[in-house]
Design a protein around this ligand. Sequence first.
Ligand SMILES: *[C@@H]1O[C@H](CO)[C@@H](O)[C@H](O)[C@H]1NC(C)=O
Length: 121
Amino acid sequence: MLFKSIASLAAFAVAAIALEDSAHLFLPDGALGACGEPVLDTEFAAAISSVDFSLSLCGQTITVFLGDETSSTKVDVVIKDNCTLACHKNQIELTQAAFDVLVGVGSPDQTVGPVTYNLPA
Ligand SMILES: *[C@@H]1O[C@H](CO)[C@@H](O)[C@H](O)[C@H]1NC(C)=O
C-alpha cells in the first residue's frame, strides 16, 4: 500500500513517524490546550506526548487506530494539546468522544492499546 511504503521510508527520513503505544482518556472539560484553544470533552481531539509535541502539530488531524493501521476501529482527531505529566514518549491522550470510539460508549476503561498513529512532519 502506498501509505505504508511512504511510512516505512519515512522512518529513515524522519518525515512521518508511526507511533505505537497506549491511549489515555483525556478530560480537559473546556480547559485551554497548549495550542491556545479550549478543548471540549465532546470534540474529537488529542494531546500528544510532550516528547513529540510541537506547536506545528496544532490543528493537524491524525487517525488513531486500535491495533495497527489495518484496523477498522479508528478515529480521526485534531491535535490540540501537549500531554506533559500523563504521557511518556509515544503515548497519546484522547478526549471522551474520541476515546469512546475505540473502547465503546460507557466503557469504564481509561486506557486503551496498543494504538497506532502517525505524526505529520
Ligand atoms: C510541552 O510540555 C513540555 C513539558 O511541560 C514543555 O517542556 C514543552 O515546552 C511543551 N511544548 C510546547 C511546544 O509547548
